[in-house]
Design a binder for this molecule. Structure first.
Ligand SMILES: C[S@@+](CC[C@H](N)C(=O)[O-])C[C@H]1O[C@@H](n2cnc3c(N)ncnc32)[C@H](O)[C@@H]1O
Length: 217
């Protein structure tokens, strides 16, 4: 029963995340860093048949997908061991953001980041409240969110750390953040290669546009 509720509750969010990252996934291995409930990792493995490893600093796995625990400082993998590393809503929970980014960059050839990017004051206020209730209030061992940077500030941080931002796309989605504030997907090539051409910054309002289409009929 618990499993059923977990599946139903997590499914729209998981699908929205996978829809956003799927175009940028390389064939091959994926390391889901900060996998949380492991629903994204399980979906990528079961539905997209990808070779996925899930790793986190604490165990809140709600699935039977295997989760590797580590110390939060050094990922237990060799350099460039994975084709794609995922940091989905993770960086802002890490006490050492640059340390985690460096580790993700070390072990993956490409890193896909999704980060909250509230813009307005009220969005930042809502973000802090929602993030607290979704994470720290339920699991005291998940750090309170530390940072909500702007798209430009995230980009500067990634570039300072030697990553090339080949794509960024701001998304407003009901399934992930209840349309209360936007989040942004960044595709980072580590210095080893730059396979994708750079594109400009995109904006997607998925659920809003779907709602608008529905209300027209
Ligand atoms: C908001 S949850 C996101 C979970 C998952 N990525 C998702 O979107 O469903 C943030 C996760 O980041 C993890 N985390 C925080 N610091 C970390 C670190 N240094 N290395 C790996 N995971 C970390 C937390 O334990 C938590 O599971």
């Amino acid at each position: 029963m618990n499993q059923l509720l977990t599946d139903i509750g997590g499914a729209p969010r998981t699908r929205a995340i996978v829809r956003a990252i799927q175009p940028y996934l390389r064939d091959g291995s994926v390391l889901d860093i900060g996998a949380g409930a492991c629903q994204v990792a399980r979906y990528l493995h079961k539905k997209l048949k990808l070779d996925v490893t899930a790793v986190d600093v604490v165990d809140h796995n709600l699935t039977k997908f295997p989760l590797v625990l580590y110390d939060g400082k050094r990922l237990p993998y060799k350099a460039a061991a994975y084709d794609t590393g995922l940091l989905v809503f993770v960086l802002h929970h890490a006490p050492d953001i640059t340390g985690l980014l460096r580790e993700a960059r070390r072990v993956s050839k490409r890193v896909i980041v999704i980060e909250d990017t509230p813009v307005w004051r009220w969005e930042r206020w809502l973000w802090r409240k929602m993030d607290y209730f979704e994470n720290h209030a339920q699991h005291a061992d998940i750090d309170i969110a530390h940072e909500a940077l702007t798209v430009d500030a995230w980009r500067q941080l990634f570039e300072r750390e030697g990553c090339t931002v080949v794509t960024s796309r701001t998304i407003r989605s009901f399934a992930t953040t209840g349309l209360l504030y936007p989040h942004t997907l960044f595709v980072l090539e580590t210095a080893r290669r730059t396979a994708l051409p750079r594109t400009g910054h995109g904006v997607t309002v998925t659920d809003l546009s779907r709602a608008a289409r529905a209300s027209r009929h």
